[in-house]
Design a protein around this ligand. Structure first.
Ligand SMILES: [Zn+2]
Length: 110
């Protein structure tokens, strides 16, 4: 079950609310159990953030590989692919950063 601190928004996973909020120190009474549908959104949001982070890591590897390919510069066909990979990896990483930043600021699902 998920419990949310009504003071700071911290979300706690457990069978019961914590004695006090680990983030702001508010007492147990300040915690409310999240409704099942909201809890599902929080869990989905966490998993999605993990996927974004993981994807960004792989894109960094794509960028490194493409860079190496560009250095070797075997022929125009290869260079074209490595340039496209570099651009796509860069653009996707920027999009991921921007998306994660909106998750942080909006605290969409708590
Ligand atoms: Zn708190």
């Amino acid at each position: 079950m998920l419990f949310k601190c009504s003071v700071c928004g911290f979300i706690w996973d457990g069978d019961d609310a914590p004695d006090k909020c680990p983030k702001c120190g508010a007492p147990k009474e300040k915690f409310n159990q999240l409704e099942e549908d909201v809890a599902q959104l929080v869990l989905k949001s966490r998993e999605t953030n993990d996927i974004h982070m993981n994807l960004a890591k792989h894109l960094a590897i794509v960028a490194e590989l493409a860079q190496r390919g560009l250095e070797i510069k075997l022929d125009p066909g290869c260079v074209d692919i490595f340039e496209k990979a570099t651009k796509a990896a860069y653009e996707l990483r920027q999009m991921i950063k921007a998306e994660l930043a909106t998750h942080m600021t909006k605290q969409k699902w708590g």
